[in-house]
Design a protein around this ligand. Structure first.
Ligand code: GAF
Length: 398
């Protein structure tokens, strides 16, 4: 089991500064940090304008940037490098500002490029040549929002460097547009909001309709409890069909009920009017999940971790049976964690792979981890990566 902390981030910031200087021949103007997230509860409710309760984690993306002078001949060229590669030479991908068109940039560079593109769509914003280098310890494809961390780090960097004065809500909307239109993933607004707006030791209660937030204290220390992440290492992607299909079912259900979004539905009984059984089941998850978020916020305020744990388990069942976005590995992780003595457990994020979380008393970390490892070994799954996470502060200058 491992855990990354702020000491590790500081060391990565220094290493990134040096690698940047080596690759580009001078130091960056600054380095910005944006965390990944886990979602405690409230899954697939964001694009239904409902409630979510994520928190930023102590794993993050770093982006080092230097603006090219308008006097330089290459001032309209955007250079992207990352520390991901091994070896001494870090390859640089270069595109001109004019070449920034949706879906045109492959690989990880699509995420910072998407943000540059989205910024240049705004009135009065003209971002020209840049040198950029990224570093991240958010595991890719793990359901911990590695792509949004890269996007948010780029957005806060450019907002700061160019003095754009964007609010956090505007930055969340901007990175959502980048992800939806440039990258082509029809995702909601939760992940970037968590990365931007979270506070240390708190979960972020976000109303995705009003974009109002409340920092909800996580009473983990009082209970000597932690949040354990179980990364199944089955990679997922939201550009694939499953995520979009769930979105379409929700829109179909809302249309059948004559409401703008499923946020306007408050009881499962109302869903009887939906003729299509699949759309009805999908809508049932959303309606019940919104209520579970509200109940979880109340339980956290009451410092009732037992109640939070029950809600996590109910949420998982709903995603497994009604929303059908779990996987064999995620179900096994949740089942084994509970058998090993977790207070509650559920898959987290978009689903179809990625990670589960378990709420665990500190003294049960090892038995729970062991139970999960044994279950995976027994089923012949890839060995999961298991680590604790801490609720960290949202994005900013590193
Ligand atoms: C992914 C998306 F990016 C989020 O917007 C959200 O819909 C989540 O899946 C499911 O809750 O992480």
């Amino acid at each position: 089991m491992s855990r990354s902390g702020s000491g590790e981030t500081a060391a990565r910031v220094n290493a990134l500064r040096e690698k940047f200087a080596k690759a580009y021949g001078h130091r960056p103007e600054g380095i910005w940090r944006a965390p990944g997230r886990v979602n405690l509860i409230g899954e697939h409710t964001d694009y239904n304008l409902g409630y979510v309760l994520p928190f930023a984690i102590d794993k993050n993306a770093l982006v080092a940037v230097r603006r090219k002078s308008q006097l330089e001949p290459r001032s309209q060229v955007l250079d992207f490098a990352s520390t991901y590669g091994s070896g001494d030479e870090l390859p640089i991908t270069s595109v001109t500002v004019d070449e920034l068109v949706p879906r045109a940039v492959p690989g990880w560079a699509a995420y910072p490029a998407a943000v540059l593109w989205a910024l240049n769509q705004l009135d009065d914003v003209q971002i020209g040549g840049l040198e950029l280098m990224v570093d991240s310890d958010v595991p890719v494809g793990s359901g911990l929002s590695s792509s949004h961390a890269l996007e948010v780090a780029t957005a806060v960097a450019l907002d700061d460097l160019y003095g754009l004065g964007l609010s956090k809500v505007q930055m969340a909307q901007l990175t959502q547009r980048a992800e939806n239109e440039f990258v082509g993933a029809p995702t909601g607004i939760m992940d970037q909001s968590a990365s931007l707006m979270s506070h240390a030791q708190h979960a972020l209660f976000l109303d995705c309709r009003s974009m109002e937030t409340q920092a909800v204290p996580l009473p983990l220390a009082q209970h000597d409890a932690v949040v354990l992440v179980i990364n199944t290492r089955v990679e997922h992607s939201h550009v694939d069909g499953g995520y979009a299909a769930r979105r379409a079912s929700c829109e179909q259900a809302a249309a059948a009920l004559g409401v703008e979004s499923l946020r306007e539905v408050h009881s499962v009984a109302e869903l009887e009017a939906i003729a299509d059984p699949v759309a009805r089941r999908r809508a049932k998850h959303i309606v019940t999940e919104n209520q579970r978020v509200l109940d979880a916020v109340a339980a956290l305020h009451a410092s009732d971790l037992g109640a939070v744990g029950k809600l996590l388990c109910q949420s998982h069942e709903s995603m497994r049976d009604d929303y059908e976005i779990s996987s064999e590995e995620l179900d096994a992780a949740v089942e084994a964690a509970m058998a090993g003595g977790a207070i509650g457990a559920r898959m987290t994020g978009g689903g179809f792979g990625g990670s589960a979380i378990a709420l665990v008393k500190r003294e049960r970390i090892e038995p729970v981890s062991q139970a999960v490892r044994e279950a995976f070994d027994h089923a012949g799954y890839v060995e999961p990566a298991i680590f604790t996470v801490i609720a960290d502060e949202g994005a900013g200058r590193a």
